[in-house]
Design a protein around this ligand. Structure first.
Ligand SMILES: [Zn+2]
Length: 332
């Protein structure tokens, strides 16, 4: 992942100069490689043969072997489990880890994957560890763009932003990663996956490998039928269910943004929806697109509070259909 190199270099220099921050906040879009970066930093920190200028672990020492077996006792990952949030007992476990002596390495590394998903009690508990850091612990907190982290936590971290790589770089990386014995996937599919991933290469790879694109095609197809009035809300919502609610929202947000773009004289980015939004753009005032974007944003907020995701999908579908000429009255 060549786009991680500048951030790694920045971190490595701080390490070489002995001004390593106790806590860093790695920020960036979902699927840009924040976790891979944190794991690489952790690996570098525990490696026994680390020397100044080194930016990758040796891969051979005992620490590196333990880490490769994913059983290094001085590297811990904390992330949301079944719930969407990191719970206070997970942070308590982190706090104990932070004050205990390292077991085999000279340093301990705690990675909090999704510091933006701490509930308020968990966030306050983490704050205590950040306020009184032990000298032999390094905290790497990861934050997804657009998801807030408590300002009191943020202010105690060095910010390490990971940028979305240029499209050519992401495309080249994807093609190399996915080039298996059966050959690389269709470049058009790769481009679509990158678009749907907002340019984040790891997420694009996940979309290509997980069958997401096929599910998305099915949802798009149902959506087109629904807009024509050919199928019911319930049938359409079923096609979206396989995608999961977050992906449904991402998809619909992309379409609503495409609608706004086309209304402003631009082009749709998702080729699958281009025809529908062109049609809607001709028969609706521009504020309608903004209304949709707002509704999707409300749904996203509601998701955090565990509302029924299927009802949210129904609600959004009905709002979309309200943009079809002749249907507006019933949609209010
Ligand atoms: Zn090593």
């Amino acid at each position: 992942m060549p786009w991680l190199t500048p951030v790694l270099e920045h971190f490595g220099q701080a390490l070489d100069q002995g001004r390593l921050p106790h806590a860093s906040l790695v920020t960036g879009e979902r699927g840009v490689g924040k976790r891979q970066l944190a794991e690489r930093i952790a690996a570098l920190l525990v490696c026994d043969r680390r020397t100044p200028g080194m930016r990758a672990p040796c891969g051979e020492c005992r620490q590196c072997q333990l880490r490769a077996g994913e059983s290094h006792p001085d590297i811990r990952l904390y992330q949301p489990e079944k719930s969407r949030m990191i719970r206070i007992d997970q942070v308590r476990s982190l706090s104990q880890f932070a004050v205990a002596s390292p077991q085999v390495a000279g340093v301990k590394v705690a990675i909090v994957h999704r510091a933006d998903q701490l509930n308020i009690n968990a966030a306050n508990a983490l704050l205590k560890t950040l306020e009184e850091p032990a000298s032999d612990v390094v905290l790497l907190l990861l934050q997804e763009t657009g998801r807030p982290v408590l300002p009191t936590i943020r202010s105690r971290c060095r910010i390490l932003p990971v940028a979305i790589p240029p499209a050519e770089e992401a495309t080249a990386w994807l093609a190399t990663e996915l080039n298996t014995s059966e050959g690389a996937p269709d470049p058009e599919r790769q481009a679509l996956a990158l678009y749907l991933a907002g340019g984040a290469p790891r997420l694009a790879m996940e979309l290509l490998e997980s069958g997401f694109l096929d599910q998305r095609d099915a949802a798009l197809d149902a959506f087109r039928q629904f807009m024509k009035g050919a199928i019911t809300v319930a049938m359409t919502a079923r096609a979206f269910r396989d995608l999961g609610h977050e992906a449904t929202l991402n998809l619909m947000e992309g379409w609503a943004n495409d609608l706004a773009r086309v209304m402003a004289g631009g082009l749709a980015r998702d080729p699958g929806i281009a025809e529908v939004v062109r049609y809607l753009a001709q028969s609706n005032p521009p504020w309608r697109a903004q209304q949709l974007v707002d509704a999707i944003r409300d749904s996203r907020r509601a998701l955090v509070n565990n509302v029924n995701p299927e009802l949210e999908t129904d609600r959004l579908l009905i709002q979309w259909r309200g943009l079809m000429p002749g249907r507006r009255r019933s949609a209010g």
